[in-house]
Design a protein around this ligand. Sequence first.
Ligand code: AMP
Ligand code: MG
Length: 586
Amino acid sequence: MKIFGVTGWKNSGKTGLMERLVAHFTVQGLRVSTLKHTHHGVDLEKPGTDTHRHRVAGAQEVVLVSSARIATLHELRDDPEPRLAELIRGLKPCDLVLVEGFKGAPHPKIEAHRAATGEALLAPANETIRAVASDEALPDLDLPLFDLDDTASIASFIAETTGIAPRKSSGLKNDCFALPPGVHWTPVDEALNTLKSRLSPVVETEAVPTAQSRGRILASEHVAARSNPPGANSAVDGYAFAYADLPKGDVIELPLMTERAAAGDPFSGAVAKGHAIRILTGALLPQGVDTVVLQEDVQVDGQTLRFPAGVKPGANARAAGEDVEAGKLALSASHKMRAPDVGLLSALGLPEAQVFKRLRVGVLSTGDELAEPGSTLDPARTYDANRPMLLSLAEGWGYTPVNLGHVADDRDALRAAFDAAATKADVILTSGGASAGDEDHVSALLKETGSLHHWRIAIKPGRPLALAQWNGTPVFGLPGNPVAALVTTLIFARPAFSVLAGGAWLGTDAISLPAAFKKSKKAGRREYLRARVNKDGQVDAFKSEGSGRISGLSWATGLVELPDAAMDITPGTPVRFLPYASFGIT
Ligand code: AMP
Ligand code: MG
């Protein structure tokens, strides 16, 4: 067991450095434990919790246990504080113990330093300090100096000083689908909420002709430039008159004007009091009339119009602005334009729409085994199915698909691909290598950026999702398995991309339908089944849940979403069906 320490003044960046070092060494397959010294008065638990109550009541040792972790609180009372060596002896065997604080103990340390603390260095007066990690230049320092954020260099220094060597991780890969006891799997909703709360648009805006705006996301509110309809007009072909001037009686007789009013050819004069005028659909109501009687309901006898009483005042007439008034909000920002919206903005006199630039979705496949479809007959090769599938999805969602090609399981090649991708795409979607196995280079490489969030989500199908940023470009590292890749893209990437593209967060539109299948589902993970609606309106599930069965994806017309909790399904049990169409898959 090797020991190395991080020390420094308050707010020097110790804890951040510790955190990055733990992550760095862990991804190299090392087992790391940490020990941190804290101030005398700091309470180790929240007052009022069960264990706190046990302790306050007088227990000498309180042990809190769950299936995931154990915490032991030992009251020192009159005993002296144990020395570091003693504490380390109490740890489970590991490769490296990183110690925060304990500046007086003899193990080698690095000092974290930030100019803003205004403190002088502890080094070199403290001879156990072997290097400094600082956010400012320290020209007079006689020790190795690192940039405080350069985790990789600091980690190599620690590896050299202590003699630890990175080790490949053990066969995690094979049992990733098993729910290991004691490991926290994030529920789908929690993962979604995290995404939802952290993302914002990453694209700029531009003006496009409204006629070409379908599929684009509005970048600002769009307000009616003119009312719809712009003037009062007739809704039907018929005869217009002033309601107030109608004579009494069961049958109304009105003298007809000789002129007529047609759409685009209005009658510019005034209709004489007590007269009617021939009017066609869409024609502006001439001055002096407010009501229209349908041509089917009248008799015309020479210049006399006759119709039964009972026509309502204002019948068959449309008021100016009755649909949308000029100056009123037509469409809000973040709205994704559909054909009817194109119609609306056009009607309201908006020939241009302010939209977000299309999100460029880069898609990269990784894995030594992949080959272009049809390029080889070698059975050791798998045709790359994810890249064309994901590019098609992105295109269907109105984004610009960016084909980033295929990279073998080679860290340097992958690094170069990410560097290039970050200049060509606004978001990067990778598939394969996202777990923590030996060949999971995407995950390992992303970990180096220090921004990796490795999500172990309680979802089936699906393996850990690697979320990170590469040179500021968000990366969604999907599992390689095409079924898992599609499901995780639909559930996580789709709503996330919408927000990145300037649009709204997208929920799922489920329909409740009776199942046509039987299944007993265990509690723990949310499950998505490839499904389709049969001719009786019930939902069939694909014959195999095998995660390699791509044919099921194509057979399906949607997914059945089974809850995190256990569920027993028999024919007739209502299930949540998510049609492909509701995911924008056509
Ligand atoms: P991985 O996540 O890299 O361990 O890959 C899991 C499984 O998905 C393996 O069987 C891969 O061969 C397969 N796979 C990975 N990427 C693709 C792809 N682009 N197209 C089809 N299958 C893939
Ligand atoms: Mg792979």
